[in-house]
Design a protein around this ligand. Structure first.
Ligand code: PMP
Length: 445
């Protein structure tokens, strides 16, 4: 058998260069909050496979449910008939929905596909074409999802032309709006809502506008929770003009922020909601949820997909929902969140860190540390701190990796995101925070 180094070399030669990688290694095993690499290293995983393995890697009950389903029916095919786990999953999800009106489900494989489906539905529901998205939003890599993704050019550079009829507005994020960090969110929101109103009178008339799409917490674009007044403003605008509000909960859903769905913080009702990631703890599964009264407008056969709503993934999803409730996952998220935010705020206030940390923000276990930008990162950036070293976030992430902690950055800002498993223990969380603090101090020094 080839050794680990040979396997890595093989992968580097034959796996497309279009994929980026955090570690040049083979991941051989995942257990709870840890992953093992083929070279013998064990890493504490604060990425959860990008917000997916919310119940930890290979949760025994979820894996067992999938294995059992494998022995009964692997592939049912949603355009041929129902499968039992598909229906059971809907039954589990109905009471979790942020609004009782969300009662019509359609499962797919990935978050991107859910976004594609949401866009197609919004166009059918309204008979209109244009979509408004957020500057900084991320919704995926397929063509429709890519067109509404505005977090970083790497996702679309060289792949143009994109889907037409897409417009974007800024969302309330002090850094992106070049405002001081303590600017009241009401002020930021009012500015952005005014941009929306201008957009609707200058560029895309409401009669041509099918939907506004937004993440409840802007993820790849910097881990910024959307303020309530902005969400409410979007809802009002949508109500006024018959525009669909699509809430993307792909990353922020299923307890990640301390509530079932992050949109609950604002109390706003989505017309269409996209879900994925934590839904099946690693089995490929996504969903589009809307109101039956709207989805009844769809033509039978207009939606579908060979693997959409796989019986095995749905069986895993059913068990995820059971574990989520029985193991009181939300309680753990909220308890660990307090500890995580406290640890990061303590670090940010240390004199050794010398103002390198601009901000600590987030909800539940979807938390970010934003570093000061090094000079030369943009045409104008009031948050440049010339005394901090370049590319702080990625250097800190790399140092964490050397120390046994797997952690991710986000988009164009100097942000590190904390998305550990939602059932992480107090001890493992503290261990990760300690490694992170040491890495920051070593890099900033
Ligand atoms: N929407 C959001 C908010 C996401 O975070 C992601 C993935 N990071 C997607 C959509 C796309 O999901 P997928 O990668 O499963 O296609």
């Amino acid at each position: 058998l080839p050794n680990h180094a040979q396997l890595v070399e093989f992968g580097q030669k034959h796996v497309t260069k279009g994929l980026g990688r955090q570690v040049e290694a083979v991941i051989t095993k995942g257990k709870g909050s840890y992953v093992e690499l083929g070279d013998g290293r064990e890493l504490l995983d604060f990425t959860s496979g990008i917000g997916v393995t919310n119940l930890g890697h290979c949760h025994p009950r979820v894996s067992a449910a999938a294995a059992e389903q494998c022995m009964n029916l692997v592939h049912g095919q949603c355009s041929i008939g129902f499968t039992k786990p598909y229906l059971e999953l809907i039954e589990k999800l109905l009471p979790m929905m942020p609004h009782p009106s969300l009662d019509s489900f359609y499962f797919w494989n990935s978050g991107s596909e859910a976004v594609e489906g949401a866009i197609k539905m919004a166009r059918t529901f309204t008979g209109r074409q244009n979509i408004i998205c957020m500057q900084g939003g991320y919704h995926g890599r397929t063509f429709g999802a890519m067109a509404v993704t505005k977090s970083k050019t790497v996702y679309s550079a060289g792949f143009n032309p994109l889907m037409p009829g897409v417009f974007s507005i800024p969302f309330p994020y002090w850094h992106q709006l070049s405002r001081p960090k303590d600017t009241p969110t009401e002020e930021l929101s009012a500015y952005c809502l005014n941009q929306l109103s201008l957009l609707l009178s200058q560029q895309t008339t409401p009669k041509d506008t099918a939907a506004i799409i937004i993440e409840s917490v802007v993820g790849e674009g910097g881990y910024v929770p959307i303020p309530t007044e902005f969400m409410k403003g979007l809802r009002d605008t949508c109500d006024q003009h018959g525009i669909m509000l699509i809430i993307d909960e792909v990353q922020s859903g299923f307890g990640r922020t301390g509530k079932n769905f992050a949109i609950e913080y604002s109390g706003v009702k989505p017309d269409i909601m996209t879900i994925a990631k934590g839904l099946a703890n690693g089995f490929p599964l996504s969903g589009i949820v809307s109101r039956k009264e709207l989805t009844d407008k769809l033509t039978p056969g207009s939606m579908g997909g060979t693997y959409a709503g796989s019986a095995v993934s749905c069986a895993a999803g059913v068990e995820v929902a059971n574990v989520f409730k029985e193991e009181k996952i939300l309680d753990n998220v909220n308890a660990r969140s307090v500890e995580l935010l406290a640890a990061l705020n303590t670090l940010a206030s240390k004199p050794e860190v010398k103002g390198a940390i601009l901000d600590v923000r987030g909800r539940g276990l979807m938390v970010a540390v934003e570093f000061a930008s090094p000079k030369g990162t943009g045409p104008y950036d009031p948050f440049v701190n010339r005394s901090v070293p370049e590319k702080l976030a990625s250097r800190v992430a790399k140092r964490c990796l050397e120390k046994g902690l797997l952690i991710l950055t986000t988009s164009v800002y100097e942000v590190i995101r904390f998305i550990p498993p939602l059932n992480i223990t107090k001890e493992d969380l503290a261990k990760g925070c300690k490694i992170f603090a040491e890495a920051v101090e070593e890099i900033v020094r």
